[in-house]
Design a protein. Structure first.
Length: 433
């Protein structure tokens, strides 16, 4: 007669218990350098505690790039923890995956990416309940009320790092003052990048006692030596004057190509490296170059740069630093069109003089010291851009001097990373650190 399934399971379990001394002895004899004997035994018996984990949220590409020093600092400071990195956008996800692949093999195992859940109450509770972070970090201005509420209810300390609130964003959030005040009441610590940002957060309802000014993490740029070597190799290989337009936006490329046409009247062999910010626009910009009659090569297709190449379309991700280094002058996009600009520190860290349009309100805090040092110049039209490019290419010594001034500014502004990590260390219990 067949034994019912439940009895079969009980018999099986009883056999395992009977053999447990032999099984335990077998496990005890195993040689696994990664784990101690007690750790291995605990895993086999199912007593391993949940993995200690930190959670960092970045909105998109720019925030992931700016957060890189913090990510690497957290992995170093909390060796027992893994780090979950979430983003809102697909391009942010691609940047996060690229960053993960650039880490050491051991750190790759400790760093994972996921998309942030929508801020539905149920989704927020499930996310926090399953991740169980020892600490939640929100980069710049990612204030999601239900997620913050879920963190508070489940005892997760929350910090805003590199806290940034532009005048435009502040006016927008003010329309939802009670909601924002409720969200900010959940903060354990808000590390603002400037005193102006700190005051705006406090005006929205962030308690003054949890608000600090630590400086901008955007100045904490890792070594660019490898990018410089690769970029300067490309520059020597091409043997022509090169300028780079990075993170360009819709409607801007037409203006840049107008400036490039004027530049080539003075320097007929000048090459423009054109790097649109969003991958979904790569083909659109290629069609624009083709329709306007430019001879161009696409980096994604490994097309070579020859004497006939007038525009090099940088339609890849994760290579902007190398391409900035391949040029003598850099223009940072999103600024000749009224979109607030992009990060002017990336080319400045490579020792390149930087040009930008007048719309830089999204990065005014980091632009101001570069402007004061002469490392950044603003232009308001294709004609003015062409004139500035011609001046730099005609006077390479002056261009180099302004580029070095930019690097000096960045070096002088560093220190926010240590202050941020030290502040975060107060939120994680010593037993978990």
């Amino acid at each position: 007669m067949a034994v019912p399934t439940s009895w079969s399971r009980l018999a099986y379990s009883a056999a395992l218990y009977a053999l447990s001394p032999l099984i335990t002895w077998r496990i005890w004899r195993e040689q696994v350098p990664t784990y101690s004997r007690m750790q291995r035994l605990g895993m086999r018996l199912g007593t391993l505690p949940p993995e200690p984990r930190l959670w960092l949220h970045c909105a998109s590409v720019g925030e992931v790039r700016a957060a890189r020093p913090l990510i690497e600092g957290l992995l170093t400071r909390y060796p027992r923890h893994s780090l979950l990195l979430t983003t809102m956008t697909a391009t942010g996800a691609e940047q996060a995956q690229a960053l993960i692949h650039e880490q050491s093999e051991s750190d790759q195992r400790r760093l994972a990416h996921r998309f942030l859940p929508l801020d539905y109450p149920g989704a927020a509770r499930r996310f926090i309940g399953r991740v169980k972070p020892a600490m939640a970090l929100l980069f710049e201005t990612e204030l999601w009320p239900n997620l913050l509420n879920a963190c508070r209810r489940q005892g997760v300390p929350v910090a805003v790092v590199n806290g940034r609130l532009s005048p435009r964003a502040y006016q927008r959030y003010r329309r939802w003052q009670p909601l924002m005040a409720n969200a900010l009441a959940n903060m354990s610590w808000l590390a603002a990048k400037s005193s102006e940002d700190a005051e705006r957060f406090k005006a929205l309802g962030c308690p003054a006692e949890v608000t600090s000014v630590v400086g901008s993490l955007k100045f904490e740029i890792p070594s660019q030596d490898e990018a410089l070597r690769e970029g300067e190799y490309l520059h020597r290989q091409w043997g022509m004057p090169v300028w780079v337009a990075g993170s360009t936006r819709d409607g801007e490329e037409t203006l840049l190509l107008q400036a490039h046409a004027q530049l080539r009247r003075r320097h007929p062999n000048a090459l423009l490296i054109l790097a649109p910010r969003h991958p979904q626009r790569f083909d659109e910009v290629a069609c624009l170059c083709r329709d306007e009659g430019w001879s161009f090569s696409r980096r994604s297709e490994k097309q070579p740069v020859t004497e006939q190449t007038q525009v090099y379309l940088a339609d890849t991700l994760g290579e902007l630093a190398v391409l900035y280094a391949a040029g003598s002058v850099a223009y940072v996009g999103g600024s000749l069109v009224p979109l607030g600009g992009q990060n002017v520190l990336e080319p400045a860290a490579l020792g390149r003089p930087v040009l930008s349009g007048p719309s830089i309100e999204n990065f005014s805090d980091v632009a101001e010291p570069l402007l004061a040092a002469g490392a950044l110049a603003l232009v308001d039209s294709p004609d003015a851009l062409a004139e500035a490019l011609i001046d730099y290419l005609d006077h390479p010594g002056d261009a180099q001097q302004k580029g070095q001034a930019g690097r000096a500014v960045i070096n002088a502004q560093q220190g926010a990373l240590k202050r941020t990590l030290d502040g975060l260390g107060k939120l994680v219990p010593p037993s978990l650190a």
